[in-house]
Write a protein that binds this ligand. Sequence first.
Ligand SMILES: Cc1cc2nc3c(=O)[nH]c(=O)nc-3n(C[C@H](O)[C@H](O)[C@H](O)COP(=O)(O)O)c2cc1C
Ligand code: SF4
Length: 518
Amino acid sequence: MKMRVFVPRDAGALAVGADDVAAAMKQAAHARGLDITIIRNGSRGLYWLEPMVEVATVKGRVAYGPVSPADVPSVFDAMASNGSHPLRLGLADEIPWLKRQTRLTFTRCGVIDPRSLEDYRAYGGYRGLARALSLAPEAILADVTASGLRGRGGAGFPTGIKWKTVADAQADRKYIVCNADEGDSGTFADRMIMEGDPFVLIEGMTIAAVTVGATKGYIYIRSEYPHAVVAMNAAISAARRAGYLGERIGNCSHCFDLEVRVGAGAYVCGEETSLLESLEGRRGIVRAKPPLPAHKGLFGKPTVINNVLSFAAIPFILAEGAKAYADFGMGRSRGTMPIQLAGNVRYGGLFETAFGITLGELVDDVGGGTFTGRPVRAVQVGGPLGAYFPRALFDTPFDYEAFATRDGLIGHGGIVVFDDSVDMAKQARFAMEFCAIESCGKCTPCRIGSTRGVETIDKIRRGERVADNVALVEDLCNTMKFGSLCALGGFTPYPVMSALKHFREDFGPAPMRVEAAE
Ligand SMILES: Cc1cc2nc3c(=O)[nH]c(=O)nc-3n(C[C@H](O)[C@H](O)[C@H](O)COP(=O)(O)O)c2cc1C
Ligand code: SF4
């Protein structure tokens, strides 16, 4: 029988040699006169095991990892004979790290061939669209609203309300825009979806189009994601060929088509209005709101802008019903969140789970603590504008409101772990520096404040009038928080203030002693 072997083509796996492993697999098969099919799947998100190679058996797919090209001959023989091997991980679906997840959005990622529409359909793809096409737009909106889905890009705005605003708007043309700029530090879930299950994004965007009456969509992908661009373009062509995009999608009267646009590498272009400017061919500068993009967005027309993960959650909601999604989660955070563990962490990767799991469980238990083996001192949750949490806050449940109550945010679900060697004053400086570099320059608190913030933190780090300068940084943060036009300037205070609040000992000598010495 022909062997079916899976070697990921995910960028994370490629970075650690997956292409070489695939080539070595082919060579090993050839040398043994065996016939194999190599499927280039996405990643399952267990990055410390990449390249993780799988072979199909009658009992299911058996995984091996991390596999280097030098391991391939012996791994190949173990695969062929179903024998033991030090890198053998057992049935992929039974790997505890994977098994304890609740994969609603990532159910197919790493499982299917991302280039195969047939595979996507065989694993439940396009059931959501089929149901959507049988419903009136109001009924789809009711489902999306009842699911409790909130935008996964960062702000957590209810998706149902956003879609209804666009559906209610009167215009000759409407647009669907997918925000795949994914600029947050430690995040990679959007990339994984685009590389590992691109049709789910296309299906989610198509359902949005049918609901609000849009005919054209754009996926704005950051330039650092060349593999995602290729994967999305291939999937769009396949969907078009099969009648899932273009005129009369799914043999109905709706027409909808998609195009990929590549960003030019600015963090602020992830901000939705700045992204629209960029899509229209201008420099990415934030627009004042109102008007909301839902009323006057791309080319002045009503526009749905959602994150990749928000769109990718939609097919499940339509196929399985709003309740099946909303049954997971806590409080107003319904469903699951694809959490990304990164930084100095032992088990880094993609962990999709229902809202409500605590930060401590995620870092210590799921993440296994630090990669260096030193104690965890801080974690930054929600990207470069997210707060630093100390161990004392590890009982915080992963939930939009619980994080907000503790002056934090969950953002796009990225968690970056730091061990006890971290200098938190340096991290606070980095937040201000990042803002200064990435600021679009439209408003003064952000453009000037961030540069003054860097200078003032430098003074603190040098031990100059520490108490006065700390007070100045706090004042500056207040101005940035309340005076900035968008969240780049408005949220930079979160990492700075949390570092000051929870790790005060890192900010120069104790104020009393400094003042006594002056
Ligand atoms: C500076 C800045 C950067 C942002 N970057 C992203 C991003 O990379 N991806 C994203 O989806 N949203 C990003 N956002 C949030 C978007 O403005 C917007 O809220 C989101 O795309 C809406 O989609 P959602 O409702 O599905 O989350 C950013 C916001 C700001 C202020
Ligand atoms: S806060 Fe910063 S990035 Fe946002 S509009 Fe103002 S200057 Fe631009």
